[in-house]
Each structure stands twice: as C-alpha cells, then as structure tokens.
Design a protein around this ligand. Structure first.
Ligand SMILES: O=C(O)C1=C[C@@H](OP(=O)(O)O)[C@@H](O)[C@H](O)C1
Ligand SMILES: C=C(OP(=O)(O)O)C(=O)O
Length: 460
C-alpha cells in the first residue's frame, strides 16, 4: 500500500483524470467490531474477534474495556478461521473477560458506540467509571441512556444536562427490568441497553416511545450479534410488540466472531466508480448482512451505477453519468454525507429525507454539508429532515470537515470531479478508516482508463 506522508492541514483532493479500475479491500466494520468487543468482554469465557477494525473508535473501545479489567491480546493469526470467503489468516484479538472494576476514566473520543454502549457495561463494574471525551461528546445526546440506567437501578453522577462528562458509580451488578426510552435521536440508545442486558439480574425490556426510530439495521445488528453470542432476545420482527425488545438474563458465550468489511466505508470508493466511470470491486462483501451500507447496492444503482455480487466480492460499475434521487435515508443515516456528495454532481436534483437526527452526529451534518457544498458553488438547502440538492457547476476551495470522518470522505468524492478541492483535516478519517488518503491514492493508481475529465455533469 502507498505510504502516507504526514498529512497536510489542507489535503489536496485528487482529481480523477480517467476511469477508475480498482479492487479495494475495506477494513472491518466499526459497528460490528465495537459490538463484538462488548459482547466478548461480557462473556463467561474467552473469545476471538477476527479481522477487527483498527481505528480510533475501536481503539477507544478496546482501551476502555482494558481499563475496566478485560484482557485484549492483539495477534496475527495464520489460521483460516479469520476468513470470510476461505482466505487464510488476518488479525485477531483474543478477548479475556474478567470481573469489571473501577476506578477509571473512559475516553469516548467522539465515538457514539463508546459513549452509549459502555455506560451500561460500567454499571456491572465494581467502582467508579468516569466518562469523558472530545468537546463534541458533551453535545451528543446521552440523557435517555442515563435515565434508563437509573430506572434499571444504576447510580450515576452527572450535571443534569443529559450528556458527558458523567460518572457511573458501578455497584458490580444491575437489577434491570422494564424501561421506556425515546430513541428517536439515536438507535444507539436501544442497542446500548440490549447489549449488556444478558448480564442484568432481570435482563431488560426496552420500550421505545416517541418519534421515528432511526437506523433500524443497526438495532437488528445488535439483536443478531446478541443471539450469536447465546442470548435470548425477543423482537418486534419475531412477532413481538412494535418497538419493544426483551433480553433474558443468562451467560454470554465466548465466540469466534469474524468482522465483515465496513460497507459504509466502502461508500466513497463505490462513489468514485459512479463519478469517474469504471469499476471498483470490494472483496468479501457479505451476501447477507445487517450493515446499512448494503443499501448502497440499491441507492447507487438508482443513481446510475450497476453492481453484481460475485465470488470476488461486490463488483460496482459506473459510467460517470449520475442521476439525482429522492430517498428516505432514516434507516441508513450514516450514508447521507456520501450520497449528498454524489448528488451534488448529478444531472438532476435530489431530496434526502428522514435524517433530522444527523444534526446530532459527529457534527451537525445537515448544516455542515449545506455550508461546505455551497462554499464550492453548489446549491443545497436544509429541510426539516434532510437536504434538497440541486446540482450546479462547482469550483475548488477548502472543504471543512468539523472533525467528521464522513465529511472528509464526502469532500474527497466531490474532489474527484471538481478541480482544486482541499480537505481540511483529512486525518479525521482515522475515526473509522485507518489510512484513507493512501487507500484513495491506491484506488486512483489502479486506474487503467483513458484520459479525459470524468463524466460528472456538474464537475469542473
Ligand atoms: O449502532 C451503531 O453502530 C450505529 C448506529 C447509527 O447511529 P444513529 O442511530 O445515532 O444514527 C449510525 O449512524 C452510527 O454510525 C453507528
Ligand atoms: C454517526 C456515526 O458515528 P458514531 O458511532 O460516532 O455515532 C458515523 O460513523 O456516521
């Protein structure tokens, strides 16, 4: 892989000067890795997490679990158990559960999975677990998790704002029981309470009351991974009451979990084929998955691409001609920045709906996308629950990222078609992708297409 030199404060996004032809191996899923770590840490016996994502968010998760007493040994395995499609070897983390204890401080960075999934774990520890993080973590909502845990028997010291910093006064166990929460701001509130619930004395019944619950695939991911670890979970899908999940108390098993590639992080690479034309292949694309990124097969096909799931992985082809789209993204909100970037280069307008909760993500993504695309000459307006994007010829300039990995990759996508785009703080991609600039350069170097500007209608 191309070596990344020290990253400049303003990273010149490379222009695609021909079609793209590349095979891009995408690192493991953030959402799967961080769930696998939590479940393995709460198990009654050691287990393995294979092909984990190694990034800032997964590092924060493993450091936090270690600080509470869990053993995590990082090894490179040569066995075939770490493969998805028969390939041999890969990185594997051995997770050795232990009695959880404080006192310690958990740095959540700006990782939603760490700030929401770990407070319930901390209630099981003996001692005080303080939670702190990046400035943005003080603004991201946590109040529903804090009040739910109190209802279930936890003692928590906070300043009453429903956000970090706060301290869980772990008592070594949690009673559990039934709790109502409004998870319309983040599906992670539900996932957080379910993941630790097999270890609560009474398990849990979580009842979502409130507006539309976003990111349902991520809740299904939680349920499937809990079941794979031996938990009994009742869900609305399995004939249960709508918006009610029940987890029975019981031991979690030490499993051998293989992490799928992060399909949401495949997005910028697939977008490159859509914009520049050509083909990008992503190996190990799962045939069945709960990851929301799988929806890209449908969404990017509607926007002008075509794809085939083969033994080599997902083979995605674009022509450089992009169509606008009217789409509800509430189930797959984390795909919005990448879709907005492509939509800004389309031949017709787009309406992205159902994602008001993105205002509470790494940054206010609706405001940030509007401001930054418009600063390059685009024409985006914020709606109550999304974006209205009218493609317009764009020009170069600085694309600010607000410490948001998906803003940085969205800017790089636009930069493929618009000359002179500079991404401020591209290093923020390390939240979930270890080496995005090198991967991007490698993808473009794989180009065997002819010269000429990419076919994007609104490009420079
Ligand atoms: O549970 C998870 O792993 C995630 C759930 C989603 O959160 P929201 O429901 O807050 O959007 C998603 O956007 C985030 O990237 C990861
Ligand atoms: C919303 C996201 O992250 P987090 O896990 O921090 O919520 C994201 O990755 O798009």
């Amino acid at each position: 892989m191309t070596e990344t030199p020290a990253l400049p404060a303003l990273w010149p996004a490379p222009l695609a000067d021909g079609t793209v032809h590349a095979t891009v191996t995408v690192p493991g899923s953030k959402s799967v890795t961080n769930r696998a770590l939590v479940l393995a840490a709460l198990a009654s016996e050691p287990g393995w997490v294979r092909r984990p994502l190694r990034s800032r968010d997964s590092r924060l998760m493993s450091d936090a679990l270690r600080a509470m007493g869990v053993g995590i040994e990082e090894t490179v395995s040569s066995s075939s158990a770490g493969s998805l499609n028969g390939a041999v070897g890969g990185e594997a983390w051995r997770v050795i559960p232990a009695a959880l204890h404080g006192p310690t401080t958990v740095d959540v960075g700006n990782a939603g999975t760490v700030m929401r999934f770990l407070p319930p774990v901390a209630t099981l520890a003996d001692g005080d677990i303080r939670f702190d993080g990046d400035p943005r973590s003080y603004e991201r909502p946590l109040g529903q998790v804090i009040s739910a845990l109190r209802t279930l028997g936890a003692r928590i010291d906070d300043d009453g704002r429903g956000a970090l910093p706060m301290t869980v006064l772990g008592g070594g166990a949690l009673e559990g029981g039934t709790v109502e929460i409004d998870a319309s701001n983040s599906s992670q509130f539900v996932s957080a309470l379910l993941l630790s619930a097999p270890r609560f004395n009474q398990g849990v019944e979580v009842r979502h009351v409130g507006g539309n619950l976003p990111s349902m695939p991520h809740i299904r991911m939680t349920v499937e991974m809990l079941r794979a670890a031996g938990a009994q979970v009742d869900t609305p899908e399995a004939g249960g009451e709508k918006n009610v999940w029940r987890v029975t108390p019981g031991a979690l098993l030490g499993r051998d979990m293989v992490v799928e590639p992060d399909l949401s992080n495949a997005q910028p690479f697939l977008a490159a084929a859509l914009i520049a034309g050509g083909t990008v292949t992503v190996p190990d694309w799962p045939r069945r998955t709960t990851q929301p990124g799988d929806a890209l097969r449908r969404i990017f096909t509607e926007m002008g691409g075509s794809c085939e799931l083969t033994d080599a992985g997902l083979v995605f082809t674009g022509t450089g001609k992009i169509h606008g789209i009217d789409v509800d993204l509430s189930e797959v909100g984390e795909l919005t920045p990448g879709i907005a970037a492509v939509a800004a280069l389309a031949d017709s307008e787009s309406v992205l709906r159902g994602v008001a909760h993105l205002r509470l993500h790494e940054t206010d993504r609706l405001a940030a996308l509007t401001k930054e695309i418009n600063a390059l000459g685009g024409d985006v307006t914020e709606t109550a629950d999304g974006l209205h994007i009218r493609p317009r010829r764009m020009h170069g300039g600085v694309f600010h990222t607000y410490d948001d990995h998906r803003m940085a990759t969205a800017g790089a996508v636009i930069g493929l078609a618009v000359k002179g785009v500079q991404i401020e703080n591209v290093a923020t991609t390390a939240k979930t992708l270890p080496d995005f600039p090198a991967m991007w350069a490698d993808m473009l170097a794989g180009d065997v297409g002819g010269a000429g500007a990419p076919g994007a209608g609104a490009g420079a």
